[in-house]
Design a protein around this ligand. Structure first.
Ligand SMILES: Cc1cc2nc3c(=O)[nH]c(=O)nc-3n(C[C@H](O)[C@H](O)[C@H](O)COP(=O)(O)OP(=O)(O)OC[C@H]3O[C@@H](n4cnc5c(N)ncnc54)[C@H](O)[C@@H]3O)c2cc1C
Length: 386
């Protein structure tokens, strides 16, 4: 067992870290204030080579593994969680999904422009009445000639307001439950698609989240991703990778908040000494560090195993590990950020200090991509089954 990253992973991590320090540090505050996605940022992420990080080079991607993607996500989140979130939806939920499940024509048609950042990707599963119970989605797709006619509403869709390409889950057979779900590749220029509203969130501001409306939206049958009524297979194929991605999002947030708290504790003087000299503060710092390092091991293990499983290995162990990684990382980030605010005292509660932004951003980790409660159900289900 070797706990060191190899040279390729280190180089990738360092290049994303220096990009984040140079390009995102100032932007992070502006995005939080204005709730806007910066013009030209998708192209910059494309130039960095990470928009299609796991996509094959023949389609314009970097052909890297899931651990590389997790490391990139961690480095983006350490500085600007909102960018990490949107990038994750683009690079993982859309591009990686297409790369794994798309046919040759679909990959050639859609992936190159997603990799450069000319196009923005998203994934539309959640609906106003179908969140944790994802298979109860109601958005319908009815066959009509060589098209499917889609009607319904999706909500909470990251990048939804800006997206060009959306992996869209629909019901093609309402009576068949999970066996009646079909995934499509939606080009947002197809008539009948619209963005009904942009959601105003308390965290991850700047990452665009939207409600999408489909009114007789015609999608060509050739845009089915996978097979008709086999959408759950597409959904399941990406779940563990998504959990690994999202764990590293939470890990990066915790690291960002911890760095601010550590620095502040050495600078802030009370009772004639830096507050870092007080044992209550030292205990917090030690606990935060320990939780982050424990989470890192679980996150990286999940990323490696999810990558192996995607290439056809492993079995059910990965569901447990990936679900545990995201459960632990998300709740850890929540705790670490709360403690980081506490170390900042009253200044931590003011918007001019960035630590509160991490605190708000961290909360999404226990909700998005499956809640903490559902993650516990998945882990327990696997344990009992086993
Ligand atoms: C900022 C943001 C970005 C998102 N991005 C995307 C995206 O890009 N694409 C997409 O498709 N979706 C996206 N989502 C949706 C996200 O996946 C859902 O919010 C999440 O799955 C939870 O669904 P819900 O919000 O409807 O909550 P609900 O399912 O209504 O849950 C409400 C509460 O009930 C609990 N609960 C539900 N069922 C059970 C159960 N069986 N046992 C115990 N407790 C239960 C939950 O844990 C939660 O505490 C995003 C959400 C947010 C907030």
């Amino acid at each position: 067992m070797d706990f060191e990253l190899n040279e390729e992973h280190r180089m990738l991590r360092d290049s994303v870290a220096s990009f984040a320090a140079k390009e995102l540090q100032t932007l992070a505050e502006e995005m939080d204030d204005n709730d806007d996605w910066p013009e030209g940022l998708w192209r910059k992420l494309g130039d960095l080579g990470i928009n299609g990080i796991t996509v094959g080079p023949e389609y314009g991607g970097a052909g890297a593994d899931i651990l590389s993607a997790a490391l990139a996500c961690e480095e983006l989140a350490r500085v600007c969680p909102a960018v990490a979130l949107s990038w994750g939806a683009h690079a993982n939920l859309c591009c990686n999904n297409l790369n794994v499940n798309g046919n040759e024509e679909q990959k050639k048609k859609y992936l190159p422009r997603l990799c450069t950042g000319e196009h923005v990707g998203a994934l539309g599963l959640t609906e106003p009445n179908a969140g944790s119970d994802a298979v109860s989605i109601q958005t319908s797709a009815k066959k009509d000639g060589d098209c499917y006619v889609v009607n319904g509403t999706k909500t909470f869709i990251t990048n939804g307001p800006d997206a060009d390409t959306i992996i869209l889950y629909t019901k093609t057979n309402k009576e068949a439950g999970a066996k009646g779900i079909t995934a499509f590749i939606l080009d947002t220029k197809f008539p009948g698609f619209s963005v009904s509203r942009r959601l105003d969130k308390v965290g991850n501001r700047g990452s665009q989240t939207g409600e999408l409306f489909f009114e007789d939206c015609r999608i060509p049958a050739e845009n089915i991703l996978g097979q008709e009524n086999r959408g759950v297979a597409v959904m399941m194929s990406g779940l563990d990778v998504e959990r690994a991605f999202f764990s590293s999002y939470a890990l990066g947030i915790a690291e960002g908040a911890f760095a601010l708290a550590l620095k502040y504790s050495k600078e802030r003087v009370q009772f004639g000494r830096p507050i870092a000299a007080f044992q209550f503060i030292q205990g917090k710092l030690a606990d935060m560090y320990t939780q982050i390092e424990a989470s890192r091991l679980l996150c990286y293990k999940a990323a490696i195993m999810a990558g192996q499983a995607e290439r056809g290995g492993k079995g059910t162990e990965v569901h447990k590990i990936a679900s545990s990684a995201i459960l632990f990382a998300a709740e850890m980030a929540d705790r670490v950020c709360e403690q980081a605010v506490q170390i900042h005292g009253g200044y931590g509660y003011c918007r001019e200090y960035p630590v509160q932004r991490f605190w708000r951003d961290a909360k999404l980790g226990t909700i998005g991509a499956g809640t903490s409660e559902v993650r516990r159900l998945v882990i327990a289900g696997e344990l009992i089954k086993g």
